[in-house]
Design a protein around this ligand. Structure first.
Ligand code: ATP
Ligand code: MG
Length: 251
């Protein structure tokens, strides 16, 4: 972070900081070639929700947290972008939930897996967290997927009943839902296949979501009623209304 020069008063400070974290992660070999493109797609959608946690995202986050807290078989799955942007808070969340965190990437190479595992291990040491980090030795497969994309750990993703899987590809999200899991998706694009397939879809930026989940952990607020389709519709309506407002404000 030493070479990050942007001033916190810069109106796009948060956005610049995230880009910088990803640039660093790319240099360290944590990301696949398409990772920055995926981030750009997310940024575009973040504009549409005003780069903040909107009400529907908060409702989905609270419900997701209830589900994660009320099971003994939760798991958090992280890919390169997620580890780079929200690794610290997701490790803290795993520690609070006493659940494992599993590195699971779309384009699996031994090198990338190793850097990501080391990144999480360093966070574990720095914050003195008691978290099991999985992913190094996959010993199970997600049914319905071909090739290395199907690999996962039996003690983690495979045996979980509630899985928090931010920035996941639609195809894999669908396969996890087909396994009967409660799949918590974090995706800024409310129109993506993941967003539509997920059991609980949080349309929000992963850094904000991870922070919110850690902050809300001690609240013990239970959300009993939740309808994902309705919540997604509310998200799209929010975007629709704010676009109309913006359009009206242009003279
Ligand atoms: P799908 O496969 O679900 O149809 P996709 O192929 O468009 O989606 P992927 O590349 O598979 O997208 O996954 C990346 C998704 O993550 C994108 O939908 C993007 O909007 C979202 N995304 C990127 N960065 C962030 C972020 N920081 N926080 C939340 N979501 C993000
Ligand atoms: Mg995809």
């Amino acid at each position: 972070m030493d070479d990050f020069a942007a001033d916190p008063s810069h109106p796009r400070y948060e956005s610049l900081l995230k880009r910088h974290l990803l640039e660093n992660a790319a240099e360290r070999g944590m990301l696949a070639g398409s990772a920055l493109i995926a981030h750009g797609r997310g940024e575009a959608y973040d504009y549409l929700i005003g780069e903040k946690t909107i009400e529907s995202a908060m409702i989905a986050s609270k419900y997701a947290l209830s589900k994660l807290k009320n099971t003994s078989r939760a798991v958090i799955s992280v890919n390169g972008n997620t580890a780079a942007l929200a690794g610290v808070d997701l490790m803290k969340l795993a520690s609070l939930l006493r659940c494992p965190i599993e590195v699971n990437i779309f384009y699996r190479t031994p090198e990338r897996m190793s850097v990501l595992l080391k990144h999480l291990e360093a966070i574990k040491q720095e914050y003195d967290l008691d978290v099991e980090i999985l992913g190094a030795t996959p010993d199970a497969r997600i049914p319905g997927l071909e090739g290395p994309r199907a690999k996962c750990c039996h003690a983690g993703i495979f045996s979980s009943d509630v899985i928090l899987v931010p920035l996941e590809d639609g195809d894999r999200c669908e396969a996890l839902v087909a396994m009967g899991k409660t799949v918590i998706v974090v995706d800024l694009n409310p129109l993506s296949r993941s967003a539509k397939m997920g059991s609980i879809t949080i349309v929000d930026e992963i850094t904000r979501v991870a922070k919110n989940l850690v902050t809300m952990f001690g609240n013990n607020e239970e959300v009993l009623q939740f309808d994902n389709s309705e919540n997604l519709r509310n998200t799209l309506n929010y975007i629709n209304e704010s676009l109309t407002e913006m359009s009206n404000s242009i003279d």
